[in-house]
Design a protein around this ligand. Structure first.
Ligand code: FES
Length: 134
């Protein structure tokens, strides 16, 4: 049986190569949200990264209603109560934990989730087909 090349943290060597550093968890906690320019599956776009109820989340910054970034009109991604993600273009709201739209026109559709990994206090993208663009 082949030896599993894990690093003791549950990551094998291939998985570690997929990690792209975003920020420290502390930095992310202190920010309302961060955006990162990325290429994902060959498409240039941006990612939203934020902490909600002490858990980090990331989605492609792309509202399915009219194909706009959620923060296109305001430098904000949450509603006033901080309970839902909110697109600043027409105000559609999304569950921060699932990315599922709660507004009638797009009810049930979801923002594209990006997998994250936390290691030694830092947050990384853990997506094979994602490249950071700087
Ligand atoms: S483009 Fe997001 S709500 Fe219309």
């Amino acid at each position: 049986m082949a030896k599993n090349p894990t690093d003791g943290l549950g990551l094998n060597t291939m998985a570690k190569h997929r990690l792209k550093l975003i920020a420290s968890l502390e930095n992310l906690r202190q920010s309302r949200y961060l955006t990162r320019k990325i290429s994902f599956k060959g498409r240039l776009t941006s990612a939203l990264v934020f902490v909600f109820e002490d858990q980090p989340y990331s989605y492609i910054n792309h509202c399915m209603h009219m194909q706009r970034p959620l923060d296109c009109e305001q430098d904000a991604i949450f509603d006033n109560g901080g309970r839902y993600l909110r697109c600043s273009m027409h105000g559609f709201i999304f569950d921060p934990k699932t990315g599922e739209c709660q507004s009638p026109v797009c009810l049930g559709q979801r923002l594209q989730t990006l997998r994250l990994h936390e290691m030694d206090g830092d947050i990384y993208f853990a997506e094979k087909h994602l490249t950071l663009i700087d």
